[in-house]
Design a protein. Structure first.
Length: 133
């Protein structure tokens, strides 16, 4: 990444991806069930995987770690959905492995904040766009 401008571009795009993934998803407020639902722990583990992938320069490493984190989730589970959409959006938007890794880091960082806000019932405020909630 060359400049602060590039960083802001990735952060903005990462936020857009996170908002898109979570837009119509129900976030469970009851006790977290590891392996099946999106949890703060899952998101942090994926962020750490993306940072490790950056150090070794391998987007494939990140994809494998993300799939491993979601290994116990069924196709309909929120965690499985999240990982599928995350990888799909990153693959569409990133041109190189370096860009994909930066997008993963930015998206997962935004996802952690967004997930926390949605668990606290701030959906209407976050997704409000001039009369649309």
């Amino acid at each position: 990444m060359n400049s602060a401008l590039d960083r802001r571009k990735f952060e903005k795009e990462g936020c857009e991806i996170a908002m898109k993934i979570f837009e119509n998803r129900y976030i469970e407020s009851e006790e977290e069930v590891e392996g099946r639902r999106i949890t703060m722990s899952n998101l942090r583990n994926m962020l750490e995987a993306a940072r490790e992938a950056k150090k070794i320069g391998s987007y494939d490493y990140f994809k494998l770690r993300a799939a491993y984190i979601a290994r116990d989730a069924d196709y309909e589970d929120s965690l499985h959905y999240f990982v599928r959409r995350l990888l799909s959006e990153i693959n569409k938007r990133g041109k190189t492995d370096e860009e994909r890794i930066e997008l993963a880091i930015a998206t997962l960082t935004a996802s952690i904040y967004l997930f926390s806000a949605l668990k606290c019932n701030f959906r209407k405020i976050i997704y409000w766009r001039g009369g649309r909630s």
